[in-house]
Ligand binder design. Structure first.
Ligand code: SAH
Length: 354
């Protein structure tokens, strides 16, 4: 029988911590919890705890992520963390500091099984799911770095490596911790999916009103089957139905991500088809346009910025909301779709485009 791995520092729920602290005065749990999640302190630095307890927590609850490298770009406003996990696989986290907010982009899996050809993580394949503790720890460790610069993390996006809905139980447990204990508003947490319908439907019935983002990239099944292979299992009509249900139940904006690929999904017909899908989710569908970032395994270029803006204007003229997402950290391979954690990426033949 497989032995469950020993819990790491951010795996335990508050109740589980209570059990661990059995025999200690009751108020210790509050002190530990507030130290870990309000102050974002390591046990050794939770100074209102007795030294012996600090040492015990340090020894019994090790960190899960070993920092391999920390790279900085955009004059320090984008920080990418490369971590090594138990077992040797690697994942990345990105901290993005803006004037009005600080966002952490977290990974939910080491690698990804969804095989979107233009995405570096997809090109590398799937290794394993992350644990709840590994997900929460990414947020805490990035927030500690933000805190050094007197900044507080305000937003979380599950847009790092992996498909969050393929690991929904742990992603959700982490979301609850990020919301309830680190104290972020659910409205500032976004879970992005390639379009796993059972995941969207399950999330609709979960309590927190987090934002749903769908990586659409194509508005007809023929093209989407090519760009986002899971579309063959969960085609666009069904995906839109699930988005509409989510919108209705949660009353939260649903957004579509659209990586703009030169000559592939940036034509007039694409704008028209996409606008039509947006209308179905009125009044709230919002399109995030991301110029395709270069990855080793996908030779097609991103749409030039001028045409990205024209595409946005066209969508707006057709009655859809769209923004062009500012690219962060391209020079440190921290931008959308570039997270590969230094893994060798299979170079695939040029994908067919229409
Ligand atoms: N698996 C989830 C979470 C990843 S989010 C999902 O697909 O939604 C990362 C976002 O960046 C997704 O929208 C993804 O499709 C997009 N992306 C992937 N490769 C990209 C690239 N090379 N350039 C721009 N965006 C890319």
């Amino acid at each position: 029988m497989a032995v469950a791995p020993a819990p790491t520092r951010y795996d335990l729920t508050r109740d589980e911590f209570g059990t661990l602290l059995d025999g200690e005065p009751r108020y210790r749990l509050d002190q530990v919890w507030s130290g870990l999640y309000d102050q974002l302190a390591d046990p050794a630095d939770i100074t209102n705890l007795p030294k012996k307890l600090r040492a015990r927590l340090d020894a019994e609850l090790p960190l899960a992520l070993e920092l391999v490298t920390q790279s900085v770009s955009d004059s320090g406003d984008t920080v990418k963390f490369l971590w090594e996990l138990d077992g040797g696989s690697r994942v990345e986290t990105v901290l993005m500091l803006y004037p009005d907010r600080a966002t952490v982009c977290v990974s939910s899996q080491a690698g990804c099984a969804m095989a979107c050809g233009f995405c570096a993580t997809g090109q590398a394949g799937f290794t394993r799911h992350l644990t709840t503790g590994e997900i929460v720890e990414q947020v805490v460790r990035a927030a500690q770095v933000a805190q050094e610069g007197a900044r507080r993390v305000s937003n979380i996006v599950f847009m790092g490596m992996g498909e969050p809905m393929a690991n929904l139980d742990r992603v959700w447990a982490a979301t609850e911790r990020i919301h309830g204990d680190i104290g972020l508003s659910a409205r500032h947490i976004t879970i992005s999916t390639v379009g796993i319908l059972p995941g969207i439907r399950a999330m609709k019935d979960l309590p927190l009103p987090v934002n749903l983002a769908v990586s659409l990239h194509a508005a007809n099944d023929e093209l989407r089957n090519e760009l986002v292979p899971i579309n063959k299992r969960y085609p666009i009509d069904d995906l839109l139905d699930a988005c509409a249900e989510y919108l209705e139940v949660k009353n939260r904006r649903v957004s579509f991500e659209w990586a703009m690929i030169d000559g592939v999904n940036d034509r007039e017909s694409d704008a028209e088809e996409l606008a039509e899908l947006c209308w179905k989710l009125r009044p709230s569908a919002h399109v995030n346009l991301i110029p395709l970032n270069p990855t080793p395994g996908y030779p097609t270029k991103g749409t030039p910025l001028k045409r990205v803006h024209e595409f946005r204007d066209r969508l707006e003229a057709l009655g859809a909301n769209a923004t062009v997402r500012r690219n962060r950290g391209t020079d440190i391979d921290a931008a959308c779709g570039q997270l590969a954690a230094g893994q060798a990426v299979k170079v695939t033949p040029k994908p067919t485009s229409s």
